[in-house]
Unconditional design. Structure first.
Length: 367
């Protein structure tokens, strides 16, 4: 029993001496509990909505007031033309728009009834459907209050149009997220064990005494995973187009260029993880748990970022896949050009430069 207690005591010493183990034991479970407990919700809230009120009467003002009071919507400043609506949809500041006709209040008292046009961004079909249902419910509730006995003939008939995805193909939403997730797994996770593997196998001495410079060693480690990631990307696009009936509306050249930039960012992150860890297990665990979960949870891929508390929305800005996911949705699904994604592109390029510089600096040329 004394020997058993001695080994138990020794294992405790090892655990408490290793800060990475403590982080894995206590840090990751806490983060996961916080994420699953507070950040994740299937309910859609704070949906950006723009309103074009051509009527400016009591009825339209009352409906707008009810939408503003709802926790599901966040009303932007009033728009005055269809071009403003299109611009708002393209820059991503709104998810839906409501347009009141000029004679909205007068048509309420006619037999044909009055009509409201609702535009929704269906690049995310689930959010678009939920937003339209919420708006329809608010309009119907006002109609019921206006005519509780249903003795009058007037009515409000919403006209619905789904932008960018009129067929409501769910593949259009998850394809960009799957691409970002695969890049993170192939590029980051596999690259993260590249340098560590050399350390464990004892072949790092050969690399250090070779005439290769550290930057060439890192590049040689990264290039195979860059090629494999591009092959994966091509396969995904082929499956999306021919199997899932996904239409690529944007430039393929721009999509490939942005994908290469994101892959380089992931490779730089994987090399950094590989340089600061001493075992393949630790490197793989950090890359998988630390990168895959943020890709799933903090990019808007599975859950809308608008639902999350402000602290998690701030944290999401340091996740590279968030920007790539936004770029792919804008270019592939909406057909937008570089002028709409240049900010995200600059952020990804800055992340790649910073991560690669740190990885190179942390590369140890001595054992």
């Amino acid at each position: 029993m004394k020997q058993l207690f001695a080994f138990i005591r020794k294992e405790f010493y090892h655990v408490f001496r290793d800060r990475r183990t403590l982080l894995i034991l206590f840090g990751f479970p806490i983060v996961q509990i916080l994420l699953f407990g507070f950040a994740l919700s299937s309910e859609v809230k704070n949906i950006g909505v723009a309103i074009q009120d051509n009527a400016h009467d009591v009825n339209s003002s009352e409906i707008i007031n009810r939408i503003q009071k709802s926790s599901y919507f966040k009303v932007k400043e009033e728009i005055v033309s269809y071009s403003d609506v299109e611009r708002r949809f393209k820059d991503g500041s709104i998810r839906c728009a409501i347009i009141f006709p000029v004679n909205f209040g007068q048509d309420l008292y006619r037999k044909e009834g009055s009509r409201i046009q609702i535009l929704a961004d269906a690049s995310d079909p689930n959010t678009a459907t939920i937003a339209v249902n919420y708006l329809t419910a608010i309009i119907r509730a006002y109609q019921q209050d206006l005519n509780p006995n249903r003795t009058l003939s007037y009515q409000i008939v919403p006209q619905l149009r789904q932008l960018y995805n009129e067929e409501q193909n769910g593949s259009l939403n998850f394809i960009p997220g799957v691409i970002a997730l695969i890049f993170m797994i192939v590029s980051t996770a596999l690259t993260s064990v590249a340098v560590v593997r050399e350390k464990e196998l004892g072949t790092m001495e050969i690399l250090l005494v070779s005439p290769f410079k550290p930057i060439l060693v890192l590049i040689a480690k990264a290039i195979p995973y860059l090629v494999l990631s591009l092959i994966n990307f091509i396969i995904i696009l082929l499956l999306a187009v021919f199997l899932l009936n996904v239409e690529i509306r944007g430039s393929l050249v721009l999509i490939f260029a942005e994908s290469i930039l994101f892959i380089i960012t992931c490779l730089s992150l994987g090399l950094l993880i590989s340089n600061v860890t001493d075992s393949q297990q630790t490197a793989m665990l950090i890359s998988m748990m630390g990168m895959m979960l943020p890709t799933l949870l903090l990019t808007g891929f599975m859950f809308p970022l608008e639902n999350m508390p402000s602290i998690f929305q701030v944290i999401s800005h340091i996740v590279p896949s968030r920007y790539y996911y936004a770029i792919i949705k804008a270019v592939m699904l909406k057909g937008l050009g570089f002028g709409y994604v240049w900010k995200e592109t600059l952020i990804l390029a800055g992340m790649a430069v910073v991560l690669l510089s740190i990885a190179l600096k942390r590369f140890k040329i001595r054992l």
